[in-house]
Design a protein around this ligand. Structure first.
Ligand SMILES: Cc1cc2nc3c(=O)[nH]c(=O)nc-3n(C[C@H](O)[C@H](O)[C@H](O)COP(=O)(O)O)c2cc1C
Length: 304
């Protein structure tokens, strides 16, 4: 068989393969460099960045549950300035795309960050995390109100020419409506899902297992719900969909690609097996060869 073509297009980016490591589960990349050559990934998405440094939530911040973990890191990050000075230079020598995940407390903060990242060499795209409460509007989450999400994305769109991926929250009744709203706002792609709001109880202390009480569930437990959401979103929008939620191996990734994901993100699996990304790329290659398909693009959305 001829050389397999694993390339996929997301906005203005051409990824050498559809495997991306997800925000918050791969540190800033450096932490994983001893496990494999990071340049082999389709893209890297570092921990979410805000305008100012954030200390995060009180511990405990991670609790292991059946088939997953609940985390309440609280978006701890070094902030824009520190990221630019001490983290960004690391990516210069990597031959993969760097997609910056970011968030703000107000629309103004989102717009300001998008503008600041816009003309930075080495950054290929932005992933907007809209699962944040709008502090000005009494804590309403941007990602659960279609009108607010539309307005936010429209404003961010105007302040950057970079490929704009909007990361959707699964904590909504109608995920397709949210996807359509951000597409209309100007998103080049949508990524989903972020974590599901969850709670863990300790019956001995009669207290929550997490310092923040509520956290976000990720890992294999959420995969069937995430798959359903990706499938629904695929049918609702024209822009590329990036799927994630409980992908532990190549088979899981292929399920997402079949239901319409142009690319996938590996999250919690990185914490268990840091080489998961590499193994997923190899497993996708093997599957394509077995199926006698020469281009991954022929596989996307062929489910049903
Ligand atoms: C410890 C941890 C930290 C995370 N931090 C972020 C973050 O900063 N920004 C973001 O958009 N998503 C964050 N996420 C969500 C993941 O990127 C991903 O959307 C989610 O975990 C679902 O995928 P998975 O089941 O493969 O982990 C985090 C997840 C975990 C487990």
């Amino acid at each position: 068989m001829e050389e397999l073509d694993l390339t996929v297009r997301i906005g203005r980016m051409t990824l050498k393969n559809p495997v991306i490591v997800s925000s918050g589960t791969f540190g800033f990349g450096e932490e994983f460099e001893h496990f494999f050559d990071l340049s082999r990934l389709g893209a890297i998405i570092p921990k979410g960045i805000s305008l100012k440094p954030m200390a995060g939530n009180r511990p405990p911040r991670i609790f292991e549950t059946e088939g997953g973990i609940i985390n309440s890191i609280g978006l701890q990050n070094p902030g824009f300035q520190e990221f630019m000075k001490n983290k960004l230079p690391y990516y210069k020598n990597l031959k993969t795309h760097l997609i910056i995940n970011f968030f703000g407390n107000t629309q103004k903060e989102y717009v300001e960050l998008a503008r600041r990242f816009d003309d930075v060499p080495g950054i290929s795209g932005l992933e907007v995390n809209i699962s944040c409460p709008n502090v000005k509007r009494g804590g309403i989450v941007f990602g659960t109100d279609p009108k607010m999400a539309y307005r936010l994305v429209q404003a961010v769109r105007k302040s950057t020419a970079l490929t704009l991926v909007v990361k959707l929250s699964p904590n909504v009744t109608d995920i397709a409506l949210m996807a359509k709203s951000v597409e209309e706002g100007g998103a080049d792609a949508v990524s989903l899902v972020n974590t599901f709001r969850a709670l863990a109880v300790n019956i001995h202390t009669k207290k929550p297992e997490l310092g923040n009480v509520i956290g976000g569930l990720s890992g294999p437990a959420i995969k069937p719900i995430a798959l359903r959401m990706v499938w629904e979103v695929r049918q609702a929008v024209d822009v590329p969909v990036i799927g994630m939620g409980g992908i532990m191996n190549a088979e899981d990734a292929i399920e997402f690609i079949l239901v319409g994901a142009s690319a996938v993100q590996i999250g919690t699996a990185n914490l268990i097996n840091p080489r998961t990304g590499m193994e997923v790329i190899q497993g996708i290659r093997n599957y394509l060869a077995q199926q006698k398909i020469d281009r991954i693009q022929k596989l996307i959305g062929t489910f049903g």
